[in-house]
Design a protein around this ligand. Structure first.
Ligand SMILES: Nc1ncnc2c1ncn2[C@@H]1O[C@H](COP(=O)(O)OP(=O)(O)OP(=O)(O)O)[C@@H](O)[C@H]1O
Ligand SMILES: [Mg+2]
Length: 366
């Protein structure tokens, strides 16, 4: 994030609600403040309200309740062409009757940019998405991925202050996708563009964003920088939605000195960090990342609680080993270990003991 991103509130959603039919709220009391120059990603299941939020910000939908402000001003008071918003829609709508170059030139003409400047900007934007040779074609003569790249170039060509992108890389293959992820973040940061980005791809969200807002059912479940979201999910939904995760259900036995002792339904006792649980007797779902599980006793504290586990499958993946265990009736308990020279390779059928640092295991809502 650039320094200027600290002056918070370039884009503000203030108690925003949205209903299309006057009954069901698809966005429920959304409060969100995005700093200038920030790269913010909305991540969440299908139908959770992400596109609706972008549409309201762009001015194509109105909020049923609440305010949306851009640069301190209510968005309704700013005419669309003065909003300085570039957009890439989920269904990248290019103008079908114009060539690719004309599609890109259009937003520049609207902004009264001179011809030679326009040509230079169009060329640079097309080159950026590796579409420099396609300026003379029409959208119908391009593949889906190529159209998507042109849509991206068109959103960026006039160097807008704010860019809204709804799954802009969905139609690209992995390699091009990763290249474009890098290009977009690099460009956004170097030009100081504020980006509100929507994706289904959590790796994309984690690698590109300053902050990620996890949506579910019209609400933000958690908004945090990528590392915090991954390492410190605040509820079970976020823990499950972001990254791979092992969970076990149980009841809080006691909470003492910031450590929760959990009696698992499967019988064992383990230590966890209490997150959104508060007292003995409460139901909980504990959550532990596959790379934080230890089966090397030396790496656990002497008084750590451990669980017996049976090795079901050992998969060599090159950089890591992925082992599937049966732990207390759960056959899908995953452990990931780095392929280090001294790392023990487990054998299916063997019984081991697993444990973890209490800080790495989070007692969340059941
Ligand atoms: N124009 C519309 N009229 C009525 N309902 C709509 C309209 N657009 C979206 N919805 C509904 O609003 C809810 C949120 O939709 P939205 O498009 O914002 O979800 P999304 O998070 O973008 O999902 P996806 O990841 O599938 O694109 C959905 O239940 C959807 O059916
Ligand atoms: Mg959508």
């Amino acid at each position: 994030m650039t320094d200027s991103a600290k002056d918070d509130g370039f884009v503000v959603f203030d108690h925003v609600q949205k209903s299309y039919d006057g009954e069901i709220l698809v966005v429920k009391d959304l409060n969100l403040s995005i700093g200038r120059g920030e790269f913010l990603t909305m991540l969440g299941p299908s139908g959770s309200g992400k596109t609706t939020c972008l549409m309201m910000l762009a001015g194509f939908e109105t909020a049923t309740h609440g305010d949306i402000r851009l640069g301190g001003k209510p968005i309704n008071n700013i005419p669309p062409h003065k909003r300085g918003i570039g957009m890439v829609f989920q269904n990248y709508a290019l103008f079908p009757h114009m060539t690719i170059a004309e599609n890109l030139s259009f937003p520049l003409e609207v902004r009264k940019i001179g011809k030679s400047d326009r040509e230079a900007k169009v060329k640079r934007a097309l080159d950026m998405v590796e579409m420099g040779d396609f300026g003379g074609r029409r959208p119908a003569q391009l593949s889906g991925g190529q159209q998507q790249r042109v849509a991206l170039a068109r959103a960026l060509v006039f160097e807008p202050e704010l860019v809204l992108m709804d799954e802009p890389l969905g139609a690209l293959d992995k390699q091009l996708r990763e290249k474009m992820q890098f290009e977009i973040t690099h460009l956004a940061h170097s030009l100081g563009i504020t980006v509100v980005y929507v994706t289904h791809d959590q790796t994309e969200a984690l690698t590109m964003s300053d902050r990620v807002a996890v949506f579910d059912d019209g609400r933000i479940q958690q908004i945090a920088p990528p590392d915090q979201l991954y390492e410190a999910p605040e509820n079970s939904f976020v823990a499950q939605f972001i990254g791979e995760n092992n969970t076990m259900e149980g009841t809080i036995e006691e909470i003492k000195n910031g450590v929760a002792l959990v009696k698992l339904d499967s019988g064992g006792m383990i230590d966890a960090k209490p997150i959104n649980v508060s007292k003995a007797g409460e139901r909980t779902r504990v959550s532990i990342r596959p790379e934080r599980v230890e089966y090397n006793r030396d790496r656990l504290s002497p008084d750590a609680h451990t669980l017996k586990a049976e090795v079901l499958e050992f998969i060599y993946m090159g950089d890591i080993f992925r082992t599937r265990l049966r732990v207390g009736g759960n056959d899908e308990f995953i452990v990931k270990t780095r392929n280090a020279p001294d790392q023990r390779r487990l054998t299916p059928g063997e019984t081991i003991e697993i444990g973890w640092m209490p800080d790495d295991c989070r007692a969340l809502d059941a």
